[in-house]
Every structure is written in structure tokens, then in C-alpha cells.
Design a protein around this ligand. Sequence first.
Ligand code: ADP
Ligand code: MG
Length: 343
Amino acid sequence: MSGPLLRVENLTKHYPLAAGFLKKTIPVVRAVEDVSFTVDAGETLCIVGESGCGKSTVARVLMRLAEPTAGRVLIDGTDIAGLKKHALRAYRRRMQMVFQDPYASLNPRLTAGQIITEPVENYERLSRNQCQALAAGLLEKVGMSPEMMHRLPSELSGGQRQRLGIARALSLNPSIIIADEAVSALDVSVQAQILNLLMDLQQNLGIAYVFISHDLGVVEHIGHRIAVMYLGRIVELAPCEALFAKPVHPYTEALIAAAPVPDPTRFRLEAVVEGEVPSPINPPTGCAFHPRCPLAAERCRIEVPSLVPIDDGRVVACHVRAPAANGKAQPAAAPVGTPMCSS
Ligand code: ADP
Ligand code: MG
């Protein structure tokens, strides 16, 4: 099949808030605004950004746990919104999800074996022996002993529970797994084990991931391409190495500068950009980052910047660093590395 495995086009999700009596306009939370990206088979696309920027909303819409306000989600070129029941079920199998908190997402009354085989049993009847063989095989795939199939989630460690969540996601042989903060609740050493497991599974099974995290260190480890979100929009999308070597959007630059690294010369985000993420109910005009951006110019306050291709497969939405002129890409205007900190 040519073309990307997953194509997300202009995805928008607004949550209407409770309407006031006789109020003309209902306020909405602009959780996701005009987000587009693709994911190839076997690729890891990471979505990174501060809490509240819309990452989980993207995941929920991809999984059809929420309806998009606008935009399309295509798998192998097919718009899943247009599918009837039977075809939708077939497509649903291909996209599975792993959640942040496996404890909350695993039924505490079921054994590990029952948890893993449940998704398959939604599609086909399995004998007791088939269930056991399936559970044993999946547990081995995620590095657990088959005997663990008799345990309850409460009898497993945090890392084992997350392995179980991954085994359950694998049970339907998906082409793509959406992992939302899948390692964020784990200790750093366990995080590394789970990330390595995900990468091994990708190598062996060719699975693609949409890997969502607020943690740049984690996405640098696992990502092929990184999408940086700010207040519902993608502000920069670039191959992983290029993004970390040369962030172009001032927000990406600030995020990287603020990441906890054992380098005392790096700043924390609060030191680099002032203020907090504004409310998505009343987002700033123009570029949503302009109130915090040290490079902000007049145009940034007025006009929403569109994503402009720069080089090395990167797109950036910034009037200063990637100005769009007559629809054509321009070389970066303000030199990258312009100090972000006024002091
Ligand atoms: P992230 O995962 O990046 O932390 P979310 O996608 O969870 O961000 O949230 C994005 C914004 O949408 C936040 O302001 C959040 O409060 C809001 N939001 C999320 N879900 C709902 C909902 N069901 N109703 C109203 N607002 C929501
Ligand atoms: Mg989230």
C-alpha cells in the first residue's frame, strides 16, 4: 500500500462549555485546532507539549473515543468516519491504545490472561486452550512469564502492568498503537525498559506508534519524527535528530532548554519564557505563543502563522523564524540561537 498508514487532516476539536441562559454565544474549549500529520508503517511519530495543549484530545479523536469538530482521520487512505459498522470494526482492530495509568485502565477483577484475551474475544469465540495459548504467547512477547496470566493487576508491579497493557494492545495485531503518556507514571529505570520493549516490538512486528508525552527526554529516545504542540496547534514538526540539534520555533527551543538534563548551564522553562500556557477557552490572538515569546513582532499579535516547510522535512509555524512569503518557504529569518532570555 502506497501513502502513509495514518493521515490526520485539519483535525479540530472544540468542547462546548455549559451555555448560559439567553447567552448568544456558547464558550468553547479549543482543545485541538487544525492539526495535520501523517504516520508511515513502522514509524514512531511523537507528540510533545506542556500539559493541556491537546495531546490526549488528539489521541481520543484518533481512537474515536471523541468525535472531531472538523477534520478527517484516514487509515490507508480510507476515511474512518464514513465506514459502516462492519468495516469500522475491521479498521478499529488496526489501531489500539496504551494508556498512562495501566492500573486505572485494567479491570481489577480479571486475571492478566483474561485481560489480554478480552479484545480478541470481542471478535471471535476462543476455547479455553486457545485463550491460554494466546495469553502465554502475548505475555512472552512483552517479556513476562506465561505463569503471570493467573495474577490479578494488583499482584503486578507498575512496569508489569504496563507490559500487560501493551500485550492487550498487541492482541489484535494492530498496525498502529496510540500510546498516551504510556511511561509517564513509571520510575526512570522502568521507563527505559518499556521504551526498549516498544522499540523491539516495532523492529519485530513493524508496528507504528503515535507516542504522546510531555517529556522531551522520552520522545528523543523513541521518536522518528516529533510534533510539538502548543495550545491545540502543531507549531513545529521535524525529524527527531534535527529537532533536538536545531529547534527552530521559539517554543521548541524553550522546551528543549527547559528539559531536565544534567547540564547546569541550561535554563528552566520559566526562566526562558515568562508566564504560563494561556487558556484554550480564550486563546491569544495571532500566534498563541506571542505573549510568552521574546521574539514576538507586531504581525505575531494579529495573524495566526501557518506551518511553512523549511528544510530537512521540517515544518514550522512562526512569523519570525519561518515567515511565509507568497506561499513560498523562506530561509529562517531570525537566526536560530537568538537569545531567548532577556536577562
Ligand atoms: P494534554 O493531554 O496535552 O494535557 P488535553 O487534550 O487533555 O491536553 O486537554 C486539552 C484542553 O482541552 C485542556 O484545556 C482541557 O482542559 C480541555 N479538555 C479536555 N477534555 C475536555 C472535555 N471533555 N470537556 C472540556 N474540556 C476538555
Ligand atoms: Mg494528556
